[in-house]
Design a protein around this ligand. Structure first.
Ligand code: ADP
Length: 542
């Protein structure tokens, strides 16, 4: 027997309509590309998003068409997040840090109709325009006074909006309608598109909101340092207006000092981003001898948060939430939320729990599968490839039959490519990306484990552990480190590692570098490092 309840489609535009009415006193604070701060309440954002929807219609954009954005986090990008899917088109966020080749591939593969770009990216798009579809319409996200001289035949965002009134009813779309498109940066092969639906986006926002009650509440200020061009800014652009939290947007200003000043000035409670950003902020906190005013929570994800970083923030009174997810999961999968009894545990045990990647959100199922396809127990010891399932997980990739066919296992679970264990209490520990694991003499070495230990040594500011080919062992780990001091003491670092790791897990060599290469999503690029050090001569190797 079926239930007898109404079926109202879950639509992204309803989040905005709700925020306009219920949370009209909250909104978006943006550090702008043009310079200076800009404030926009949710009510005005609603009106401007409706004008944008009408402007898109006037440009000939129809249901299902892809509308590209090349933009920092800011209020105009938020309007695109709502106005575009609200009228039935697909908001295609492009990562500006991708290579020219990848960007040209993505824009053509998505067959974008319109591209909205921040002033920062005008020169880049001018260079690439000949490789983009000939009929692509460009809109520069600024006002007339700031329109640049450009070879692009570009429209002005504020003029587009000014030409419309805000009398517009969001259309009744089915909740399965595509609403967002984000390509994974694709370390190998072409990038692949995760195509989100209205339903998955709304569910994901609800799930994040339920799991993060301290920041997702009326009046809180939340800072997504994680870009809106990277996996929906981890759900914040949707969860915050729903909950009545305000968003503080950093624009292009992502260095430690700028992030500190913005947080301090706006009294941001919760800030979300990848470890590299929080390393920058740590240096700034040490320099100024205090944390930004009002700072209570930091969400760290995208790559493993070292235990030393977690301890640093917790010691400053900032609660750390270590999160794991991927573009294909909308993106959040697990969050480091402890129960009250876990919070009451001794600091050491708490740190151990917080260093794991956290526990699954409601609606995300996890399983780990061993080498021969056997499901592994969740006993905290057994490891295997992590598979996920849920309404916020992709079922395939946009217009890519080959990748879609390989995405799910026979039971319909998505293979993440991450190696992991899960404890009986549900804490997920990512040991590595499968391709970053180091296989030495038939044994696996987790690069994350070794990095975690190395980061705890005061002579190391940042590091990555990579596999280097070895004639006898197949591969051996090498520690590539950015030193924190002028003359790092390699013997002391190795002695420190030897305290925590088995002999065969210790790096064969330590190489010092000024900086580590980053991927388009701000993570350390181990692929680049592996290429750089492929011929590295290991001491003792013949
Ligand atoms: P990209 O591959 O472009 O960086 P994603 O954000 O989708 O884009 O990357 C997802 C991957 O990032 C995960 O599969 C995992 O390998 C890694 N990752 C994300 N969060 C964590 C974390 N907290 N700890 C370890 N690895 C993480």
């Amino acid at each position: 027997m079926d239930g007898m309840m109404m079926h109202r489609p879950l639509r992204v535009a309803d989040i905005l309509t709700f925020a306009e009415e219920i949370h009209a006193d909250q909104g978006i604070v943006s550090s702008t590309v043009e310079g200076g701060m800009h404030r926009l309440g949710y009510a005005d954002m609603g009106a401007r998003s409706r004008k944008l929807a009408k402007a898109l219609l006037a440009l000939g954009v129809g249901i299902g068409d892809r509308v590209a954005t090349l933009a920092w986090n800011g209020y105009r990008h938020m309007e695109l997040y709502y106005g575009t899917p609200g009228m039935g088109a697909v908001c295609h966020t492009i990562n500006p840090r991708l290579s020219a080749e990848q960007m040209a591939y993505i824009v053509n593969h998505a067959d974008d109709k319109v591209m909205f770009l921040d002033l920062t990216f005008v020169p880049m798009v001018e260079r690439l325009a000949s490789q983009f579809p000939g009929n692509l319409i460009y809109v520069i996200q600024t006002d007339r006074a700031h329109m640049p001289d450009t070879t692009l035949r570009a429209l002005c965002y504020e003029e587009l909006l000014a030409a419309q009134d805000d009398g517009y009813d969001w259309p009744d779309l089915s909740e399965e309608t595509a609403c967002g498109l984000c390509y994974t940066s694709g370390t190998t092969g072409h990038p692949k598109g995760a195509l989100y639906s209205h339903r998955s986006m709304v569910l994901h926002a609800l799930m994040v909101g339920v799991c993060m009650p301290y920041c997702m509440q009326p009046g809180r200020k939340v800072l997504p340092v994680v870009p809106m061009f990277h996996a929906n800014a981890w759900g914040l652009a949707h969860a915050a207006p729903m909950a009545g939290a305000s968003l503080v947007m950093p624009g292009p200003h992502l260095d430690g000092a700028s992030v500190f000043d913005l947080m301090d000035g706006e009294e941001v409670f919760s800030a979300w981003g990848v470890p590299t950003v929080w390393l920058g902020l740590m240096a700034e906190i040490e320099k100024r001898g205090r944390v930004p005013a009002g700072f209570g929570e930091v969400v760290i994800g995208g790559s493993a948060a070292p235990a030393s970083m977690i301890r640093f923030y917790e010691d400053q009174g900032v609660s750390v939430c270590h999160a794991w997810g991927m573009t294909e999961m909308s993106p959040v999968g697990t969050l480091g939320i402890l129960s009250p009894s876990m919070q009451a545990q001794p600091a050491r045990d708490r740190l151990r729990l917080k260093s794991s990647q956290g526990r699954r959100m409601f609606g995300v199922d996890l399983k780990i599968v061993g080498e021969h396809g056997t499901r592994q127990p969740h006993d905290g010891a057994a490891t295997g490839e992590l598979f996920v399932r849920g309404s916020t997980v992709v079922s395939g990739y946009y217009a890519n039959e080959e990748a879609s066919a390989a995405a799910l296992d026979d039971d319909g679970w998505f293979g993440t490519g991450d190696m992991a264990s899960i404890s009986p209490e549900g804490f997920l520990t990512i040991t590595d990306r499968a391709k970053d694991l180091i296989k030495s003499g038939g044994e696996w070495i987790s690069s994350i484990d070794v990095e975690n230990m190395a980061m705890a040594h005061p002579d190391i500011a940042n590091c990555a552990v990579i596999a280097v080919p070895h004639p006898k062992w197949g591969e051996r780990p090498v520690l590539v480190a950015v030193p924190a001091v002028e003359a790092p003491n390699t013997d002391a670092i190795m002695a420190h590692l030897a305290e925590h790791l088995a002999k065969w897990q210790l790096p064969d060599d330590v190489v010092y570098v000024d900086e580590l290469p980053l991927t388009a999503t701000g993570k350390v690029s181990k692929l680049t490092l592996r290429r750089q050090y492929a011929d590295h001569e290991l001491p003792g190797a013949v």
